[in-house]
Ligand binder design. Structure first.
Ligand code: GDP
Length: 295
């Protein structure tokens, strides 16, 4: 979702002369040799690392081994390959789950490593934290320019819409869509519905990256969020309205809630002059329409 959206949006950017996408078919990031070869062949001014094994709460909590191993391998290979290319800048994408469970809300960049991680996605978070630390090492030892962008929960077209591995928004879109199609009387939401999340439409993330391309980077860690949070219960009622489903919503409390609240303090990037521009209802509407037209 993020990579294809960056390619689409940055192709029209005044700060970019050429953008070259590289997906898993083009470069095997589990191989240091292949990763190095791509960097050598393309010789880019800047790399944006949007590669990761990502998933929703169930996938993260079930495939804990794969989430830490695969994400560590991707990040180790990119950063190790970059040692010999100190003039190639890197924008490294992470996630708000790098912050500890007890971090103050809204969570600022200073909260990193201030406590224990939320258990359902700690393997993924640990791999993302390792990437930040590796980047800092390259910066101080070899003079690389690296910025670590930490977006809040992302959603939009080209997201993963597989019910077992998706995040909440694509998961609920599929559930509402199928329930309408099959004439079901209700849909099931995982957990209590009480947790709160902050969501960012994927175009807004690409727009933040574009915005940063024109800036001199000083911060190594930068949060990117919409600044608004909503409970999963409220989100499900909003989607019920958008999809025009007229049945009931049932909460399956045998499924985990995960983090009770995730809201980033995006004050740093806001003070540079960037703000998200897509409201949640508008972004959900676009994503639902995209799903209807593409599945
Ligand atoms: P998280 O932000 O890492 O916890 O990732 P998710 O987007 O997977 O989950 C966010 C919240 O939505 C959690 O409290 C889930 O239990 C809840 N949720 C409710 N229904 C669903 C669903 O159908 N799929 C997913 N992934 N989460 C759901």
């Amino acid at each position: 979702m993020v990579g294809s959206n960056l390619v689409k949006n940055l192709s029209n950017s005044n700060s970019v002369s050429e953008i070259i996408g590289s997906n898993r078919k083009d470069t095997n990031l589990f191989s240091l040799d292949e990763t190095t070869k791509t960097i050598k062949d393309v010789n880019p001014d800047l790399i944006i690392n949007a590669a990761a094994k990502v998933g929703g709460i169930l996938a993260n909590n079930t495939f804990r081994t794969e989430f830490i191993l695969e994400n560590l391998k991707i990040n180790i290979n990119i950063l190790e390959a970059l040692i010999n290319f100190p003039s190639t800048k890197l924008i490294n994408l992470g996630s708000s789950c790098i912050y500890p469970l007890n971090a103050s809300i809204p969570t600022s960049e200073e909260s990193l490593m201030g406590g224990k991680l939320e258990p359902t996605n700690s393997p993924y978070a640990m791999a993302k934290i390792a990437a930040i630390e590796m980047g800092n090492a390259l910066k101080s030892q070899y003079g690389h320019k690296i910025i670590n962008l930490m977006p809040t929960n992302l959603y939009g077209p080209n997201d993963n819409f597989d019910l077992n591995s998706s995040h909440v928004i694509p998961g609920l879109i599929v559930k509402f869509y199928d329930a309408i199609k099959n004439g079901s009387e209700n849909i099931e939401i995982w957990g209590t519905g009480e947790p709160k999340r902050e969501f960012l439409y994927v175009d807004d993330l690409s727009n933040a990256v574009d915005f940063l391309l024109e800036k001199e980077w000083e911060d190594d860690l930068l949060n990117v969020g919409s600044g608004e949070e909503i409970s999963i219960k409220e989100l499900s009622y909003l989607l019920k309205e958008i999809t025009k489903f007229d049945g009931d919503i049932i909460f399956d409390t045998t499924k985990p809630d995960g983090n009770p609240r995730k809201l980033l303090d995006s004050g740093k990037i806001n003070s540079l002059g960037w703000k998200s521009s897509t409201s949640l209802p508008a972004g959900l509407q676009k994503t639902f329409e995209w799903y209807e037209n593409n599945y």
